[in-house]
Ligand binder design. Structure first.
Ligand SMILES: Cc1cc2nc3c(=O)[nH]c(=O)nc-3n(C[C@H](O)[C@H](O)[C@H](O)COP(=O)(O)O)c2cc1C
Length: 202
C-alpha cells in the first residue's frame, strides 16, 4: 500500500463546486491524508517542520488546487518556498524526498481545446505546469502527469460527480500501487488511465 498526502489549496473553498465534490469523495479514504493548507494556515504562516515530517511519512504527494492565473493559488507557492529547503529537499545534501512521486490534481475553466497551440490560452496545461515538474525533478522526485478537470464553468452537476468519482478511482489505484511508472509515463493526463464514465464521453 502507498501512503498519499493531499496538499489541498483552495482560498474560497466555501464557494467551490468541483473541489468540494472531489474532497467529499476522497477525504476519508484509508491511507490518504487530506491536508487543507488554507484551513491550517490562514495567515500563510506555514509550520515547516510539520510539513517536512508529513512529506517524509508519505509516498505520493498531490498538489490539489483550482488553476488560478495559469498556476496554483498563492498558498502552494508559499508552501514550496518555505518547505522545500536547500540541503533538505534539494542541493548537495538535500535528498530527503528522493524517489517520492508527486503530481497536480487541478480544475480549470478552460476546455482542453483552449489549452492548445491554436486555442485561446496558446499553451497546454502540461506546459503551464513546467515549474512544478522541474521543482519535483530538482528535489529528486518523480513527477507524474496531472489529473485535470477541464471546462468547469459550464459543467453540469452530473459531470462534476463523474469527475469526482474518477478522482476517487485514481486515488484508490494509487494506494494499491496499480499504476506503474511505464503506464503513467505514457499518458498526458492521469485521467487517460481511468475508465471514462459514459456521460463524460458524449
Ligand atoms: C482568481 C482566478 C483565476 C483563475 N484563473 C484561471 C486560469 O488561469 N485558467 C483557467 O482555465 N481557469 C481559471 N480560473 C477558473 C477556475 O480554475 C475554476 O473556477 C475552478 O477550477 C473551479 O473549481 P471550484 O469549483 O472548486 O472552485 C480562475 C478562477 C479564479 C477565481
Amino acid at each position: 500500500m502507498a501512503k498519499l498526502l493531499i496538499l489541498f489549496a483552495h482560498p474560497v473553498f466555501e464557494k467551490s463546486r468541483i473541489h468540494k465534490r472531489m474532497v467529499n469523495h476522497t477525504r476519508h479514504l484509508e491511507h490518504v491524508y487530506f491536508h487543507d493548507l488554507y484551513e491550517t494556515y490562514p495567515d500563510l504562516d506555514i509550520d515547516i517542520n510539520r510539513e517536512q515530517q508529513l512529506l517524509l511519512e508519505h509516498d505520493i504527494i498531490i498538489w490539489q488546487h483550482p488553476f488560478y492565473w495559469y498556476s496554483a493559488p498563492a498558498m502552494i507557492k508559499q508552501w514550496q518556498d518555505l518547505v522545500l529547503e536547500h540541503n533538505w529537499a534539494y542541493g548537495a545534501n538535500g535528498k530527503m524526498l528522493t524517489g517520492k512521486r508527486i503530481f497536480n490534481a487541478l480544475s480549470c475553466g478552460g476546455s482542453l481545446e483552449a489549452y492548445s497551440q491554436t486555442g485561446r490560452n496558446r499553451f497546454s496545461i502540461r506546459q503551464f505546469l513546467t515549474p512544478f515538474e522541474q521543482t519535483a525533478t530538482l528535489c529528486n522526485m518523480h513527477y507524474m502527469p496531472p489529473f485535470v478537470v477541464h471546462g468547469t464553468h459550464k459543467m453540469s452537476e452530473a459531470d462534476i460527480e463523474l469527475h469526482a468519482v474518477q478522482y476517487l478511482q485514481l486515488l484508490i489505484s494509487l494506494v494499491h500501487n496499480r499504476i506503474s511508472e511505464d503506464e503513467y509515463q505514457s499518458v498526458n493526463y492521469l485521467n487517460d488511465l481511468l475508465p471514462v464514465p459514459e456521460q463524460v464521453k458524449s
